[in-house]
Design a protein around this ligand. Structure first.
Ligand SMILES: [Zn+2]
Length: 541
């Protein structure tokens, strides 16, 4: 049947991976009024073209639904990438000259911030210090994060504004490095960085808006058209993030489908306001309440069943009974939760909580939340616990690219028990919904990096040669689904996630057919075009 509307765009001669079971493959797609009008063979679609239709020859490129990054810290990333770029340097002098340049073009009370330096890549492996930074820019406060975000360098002005002196004790889980005379060197480790961060002047509304618009464009370049924004920030920043999303949406400038998470400690406020998960429109919605059950592998605070090779078993971050009561309270108020769980013990306990919630629900006729509760990271899980996921209505969010950063760490911390970590195959086989994410800024939000990691279980340089626990690999088709169809379905967003008539036209054109190329070459695939709501928001060819 002929649609009444003339298509604005027709993409043809492509390989359309629709993610729609009723029509898995196609060669052309017509778009108009922000929606997909028709999908099919070239001859089925081309005759719909009118005089004003833009016909785009894909020349064999692949089209997939817009990627959804289901765990990203967007505010933090968007703001940080506005700072001085430091990830492409070859020596300390180059870093100092960028700092000098930034100082020349900004008033002296303005903070100079940057991230991404990595002295192990430099010809001479010297970190920036208070002393060297003071020489480059003595008047501006400076804070520069190392690429791993676990270490930062500050100058004297920044330390003074933060009140850090030789007498300042190290904060819990942080270290202020000192010279032989006991004076701070400017190097701050882990939570000591926050002492300086608290002194940073908050960005203005205009600065946040600009950072968000730039960040959204940067996501489009990676083919990302939807995010689940996870809030870790202090309340000041959290409000600023949500307000900025709302203002962009109101102005029609929010070219991104955003589910916004609230920090768990706001549960009572959110209940008092009567907000429910799912509230909003097709661009901006209230998502989950975020809670933690344990810490991480790096700090040995992930809660394990067996001890670490070099530490005890980690620990719960919250009392499990209290966490169970809190989840119950949220559930009754129509709010879905996402709970951070890394270690196998934390995941076991959390599954216990969700099992008992489900069994009480069946007795009390309490309705299920509109969107399932989620477990975040699921970094380590025993097979006997995975089997229990089948009978509970919970979605799983994992970060494949993080595995690449963690391989050495886990070999060292867990030895052969590492076989239970990043268990993507095991999770997929349970049939529970598995969603992929970047946990950005932990990893770059490029979904192709995540797909490469999950499919090869190798680093970008294709090491280790046979893959790290290769039995846990998934297929490209499964990875693609975990970045598109699954998050859309799980979040009740039937208007996206597939390329089918009537859906919003969020799509990505990839340079190659990722279902057909050798997995080792996945990282060389480009995002040639991104469409959001029927508009081309990024084009590279
Ligand atoms: Zn995170």
């Amino acid at each position: 049947m002929m649609p009444a509307l003339e298509p604005r765009i027709i993409l043809y001669n492509g390989i359309i991976a629709t993610q729609n079971a009723a029509q898995p493959g196609a060669q052309a797609v017509a778009i108009g009024n922000g929606k997909i009008l028709a999908v099919g063979r070239v001859e089925d679609v081309m005759h719909l073209a009118g005089p004003d239709t833009e016909n785009i020859d894909l020349d064999g490129r692949m089209v997939v639904p817009g990627f959804i990054d289901t765990h990203i810290h967007f505010y933090e990333w968007a703001l940080k990438r506005q700072g001085v770029k430091l990830d492409d340097l070859t020596h300390l002098e180059a870093l100092l000259s960028r700092v000098r340049k930034a100082a020349e073009s900004s008033p002296p009370d303005q903070w100079i911030m940057g991230q991404g330096w990595n002295e192990t890549d430099w010809t001479e492996q010297r970190m920036p210090t208070r002393e060297t930074l003071d020489k480059a820019a003595p008047d501006h406060p400076i804070l520069l994060w190392r690429c791993d975000l676990h270490l930062a360098a500050a100058n004297s002005t920044a330390l003074r504004l933060a009140g850090i002196t030789a007498e300042t004790p190290d904060p819990p889980e942080g270290r202020i490095e000192r010279d032989t005379a006991g004076e701070p060197t400017g190097i701050l480790r882990e939570l000591a960085i926050n002492l300086v961060r608290q002194a940073v002047t908050p960005p203005t509304a205009d600065q946040v808006t600009k950072a968000f618009e730039d960040g959204i464009k940067a996501l489009h370049r990676r083919g990302v058209t939807g995010i689940h924004d996870v809030r870790l920030m202090a309340d000041r920043d959290g409000a600023s993030a949500f307000q900025t999303f709302q203002m962009l949406d109101h102005d029609g400038r929010l070219d991104l489908r955003c589910w916004v998470t609230f920090p768990g400690h706001h549960l009572d406020k959110v209940i008092d306001l009567g907000l429910r998960t799912g509230f909003g429109n097709d661009r901006l919605r209230v998502g989950h309440l975020k809670f933690f059950s344990d810490g991480g592998m790096g700090a040995r605070t992930a809660w394990l069943i067996d001890p670490y090779l070099d530490a005890d078993r980690g620990m719960p971050l919250t009392d499990m009974d209290i966490l169970a009561q809190t989840i119950d309270k949220a559930d009754k108020a129509g709010l879905s939760v996402m709970v951070h769980a890394v270690g196998d013990r934390a995941n076991r306990e959390l599954i216990n909580i969700f099992e008992s919630l489900e069994s009480r629900r069946s007795l009390s006729a309490q309705p299920s939340p509109a969107i399932p509760h989620r477990i975040e990271h699921v970094q380590m899980l025993r097979p006997e616990d995975a089997a229990r996921l089948r009978s509970i209505n919970v979605a799983l969010c994992v970060t494949p690219a993080n595995m690449v950063l963690d391989m050495n760490l886990i070999d060292l911390a867990l030895g052969k028990n590492g076989k239970w970590t990043y268990p993507f195959r095991l999770l997929m086989d349970t049939g529970a919904p598995v969603m992929f994410s970047s946990d950005c800024p932990v990893c770059d939000p490029d979904p192709l990096l995540g797909i490469h990691a999950a499919v090869t279980r190798q680093r970008a340089d294709n090491t280790p040669e046979k893959g790290w626990y290769p039995g846990s690999r998934v297929t490209v088709a499964e990875a693609l689904k975990a970045y598109t169809w699954t998050p859309a379905v799980i979040h009740n967003a039937g208007y996206i996630g597939t390329i089918a008539p009537g859906k919003r036209a969020d799509m990505v054109v990839l340079s190659r057919n990722i279902l057909a190329i050798p997995p080792s070459t996945l990282k060389d695939v480009h995002v040639d075009m991104t469409l959001f709501d029927g508009r081309i928001v990024h084009r590279h060819y």
